[in-house]
Ligand binder design. Sequence first.
Ligand code: PAF
Length: 272
Amino acid sequence: MKARSDRMRRMGNTVAFVPTMGFLHEGHLKLLKEGRKRGDDLVLSIFVNPTQFGPNEDLDAYPRNLERDLALAEKEGVDVVFTPDKQMLYGERFQTYVQLEHLPNHLCGISRPVHFRGVATVVTKLFNIVKPHVAVFGEKDFQQLAVIRQMVRDLDFDIEIVGIPTVREYDGLAMSSRNTNLSPEQRTSGLSLHKSLLQSFEHIQRGEKKSSAIIDAASELIQSFPETQIDYITICDPDTLDDVDIIDGPVVMALAVKIGKTRLIDNMILKP
Ligand code: PAF
């Protein structure tokens, strides 16, 4: 992979990179289409990264289907699919991690304390191996994108980071590889995330400025669906992720909800 990227770079080609954990869906395909537009050489990585999963999380249940992913990648005009394994990336005595100080102490980082350390570390490694000029990420993982942008600034990576809006199913459910683990009833409960975001959008349009009132209403709506367990609902500053109590500028509303055993996330930028 490194030798190929060096060759591409020597030839003056732009290397575009889409890192994923596989089980590709429409959202990933959107990222690949953007990568295709931006790069002469388009690299897709598929690696279910163990260091971003905590001990009681769904590493083993994370869906995988490499054969299908490879067919989709070919259709999207991907030039290289990089599929390292755990041994290749972490070896025997791995001990160097990339850890951000503040951004991981919010939202998903609270209930997933090792998650962003794992993400920042694997993305750093992938950047060093793939050597892209540009890398494309989904805005559905809002905090992840904020973490990666910050890390790229802090550590002087010479890589342009591009964020792509969330792709949704026809009924609003944000596309996620984890959706495949939902039963039909649970999938209906999964719609509560987007519904609560839309409801919050309306509340703000009608002049509500207090985050706590909006969050309470969202929480009530979500809890009215079966098998939902709210991890967090937050209204925060899009750059620092600090909580915003009174909304008088653009904010991000972000939430994570467990539906049965499957944890879903979603978010929306809200403007008064
Ligand atoms: O968003 C994902 O699929 C993963 O978190 C990433 C960025 C590929 C790192 O493992």
